[in-house]
Design a protein around this ligand. Structure first.
Ligand SMILES: NC(=O)c1ccc[n+]([C@@H]2O[C@H](COP(=O)([O-])OP(=O)(O)OC[C@H]3O[C@@H](n4cnc5c(N)ncnc54)[C@H](OP(=O)(O)O)[C@@H]3O)[C@@H](O)[C@H]2O)c1
Length: 358
């Protein structure tokens, strides 16, 4: 039992998972692997393992199947596990993954955006030209959501089941001062995040998780008002935008709950694998004293992705509880920052011309 975090309880059996198809990103380690394990035990029918290393994914698939085979109740169909390549540090890979899902997975009920990186050490850029933490934790997840949302609406319309997207956030976003720095420094968010002189390994993780949180709030707001254009000022984009959000206006109605969850500090090797020895020892001690077990972390993620109700839509869950929007995003400055996040992100997404659905 960790010293500083409240205890959490396992989830009650969730029979409705029986017929679900669930995509989990980053299933090859830590929380993603544990989430897959719990989803399989709870009876999820089809699991798509979205991993950057397919050989690791195949090993995980074998392991999961061997752990669950024979342990399902009689009326459950045997689970199916599919491994697909997804590298969040590469927009091309995200788009290929989304295309494959749309053609090979006719119904997607749940998408768990778990993959992410912590403290990556020295500054690194992706081949798309973005700082690697920025693209992996934030931009590629936005792209994936925008690519798959129309498919998930279609799935929900056909199955009558509410779709779900759960994105892994972090409490550390509260510590980010990115909003203030952008508003005071008159820099664009993208220029700041990709500037070698602004890079700080210490702040970067929290900054990317703040961006994810700001985006989720804005996305839920836009989805609730389907008439809103993607970008407020249409002259800022180079062509007419066929509106992604028209998909939620169609008949019969479809719905997708989108929420974000932080499982607290969990004993994975996420935050220390790139640290120097002395920092690694300190983090190991902290994890020993204060972290939750991976199993407890999994309970929290599965709760957000399968149990939390409609009221979790557009919300941030701290453990299993909805957390009010932080003052840093609720204030006038915070709202201005969120609008900037939305506008700059959507303009970047529009440059990825192969994206379908928006
Ligand atoms: N652990 C915590 O205390 C904690 C707390 C709050 C939130 N979170 C969040 O929980 C999520 C999972 O964390 P974790 O602790 O389970 O981390 P982890 O053990 O390091 O696992 C990360 C997973 O993401 C995958 N991944 C990394 N870069 C990727 C990329 N470019 N493309 C595709 N997949 C990639 C990894 O794949 P490989 O196996 O190929 O490396 C691995 O499967 C993260 O989003 C993190 O921010 C963690």
């Amino acid at each position: 039992m960790p010293l500083f975090l409240p205890s959490v309880t396992p989830n009650a059996p969730t029979p409705e998972l029986n017929a679900r198809t669930i995509i989990v990103t980053g299933p090859t380690a830590g929380l993603g692997l544990e989430t897959c394990r719990q989803l399989m035990k709870l009876g999820c029918e089809t699991l798509v393992l979205a991993c950057r290393d397919v050989s690791k994914g195949l090993q995980v698939s074998e392991r999961l199947l061997s752990e669950t085979t024979g342990k399902q109740s009689q009326n459950q169909r045997p689970p199916s596990v599919k491994v697909m390549r997804l590298d969040l540090a590469d927009f091309g890979s995200v788009q290929s993954f989304a295309s494959r899902v749309k053609s090979e997975v006719p119904v997607v009920d749940t998408l768990i955006l778990n993959a992410g990186v912590g403290f990556v050490g020295d500054l690194q850029f992706t081949t798309d030209g973005h700082e690697i933490t920025f693209q992996t934790n934030y931009l590629s997840n936005v792209l994936l959501v925008l690519e798959l949302l129309p498919h998930m609406y279609k799935s929900s319309r056909e199955s009558g089941i509410t779709g779900r997207i759960t994105w892994l956030g972090s409490r550390s976003a509260d510590k980010s001062r990115l909003g203030l720095k952008i508003l005071l420094g008159e820099s664009s968010i993208f220029a700041y995040m990709n500037s070698p002189t602004q890079y700080s390994v210490k702040d970067r993780y929290a900054d990317t998780k703040l961006l994810c949180q700001a985006f989720i709030y804005m996305l839920a707001e836009r989805l609730a008002l389907p008439g809103l254009p993607l970008i407020d000022n249409a002259s800022e984009v180079d062509d007419d935008s066929s509106n992604l959000f028209s998909v939620c206006d169609e008949d019969p109605p479809a719905s997708v709950i989108i929420n974000m969850v932080c499982p607290g500090l969990v004993e994975t090797n996420f935050c220390y694998k790139h640290l120097h020895l002395w920092a690694r020892l300190f983090v190991l001690l902290l994890l020993f004293l204060a972290a939750r077990s991976v199993e407890e972390g999994g309970w929290i993620i599965v709760y957000a992705a399968a149990v939390a109700g409609d009221n979790s839509h557009g919300q941030f869950l701290l453990d299993k509880d909805i957390k009010p929007k932080p003052a840093s995003l609720e204030s006038a400055d915070g709202k201005q920052f969120q609008h900037l996040v939305w506008k700059e992100t959507m303009m970047e997404m529009r440059k990825l011309r192969n994206c379908t659905g928006f």
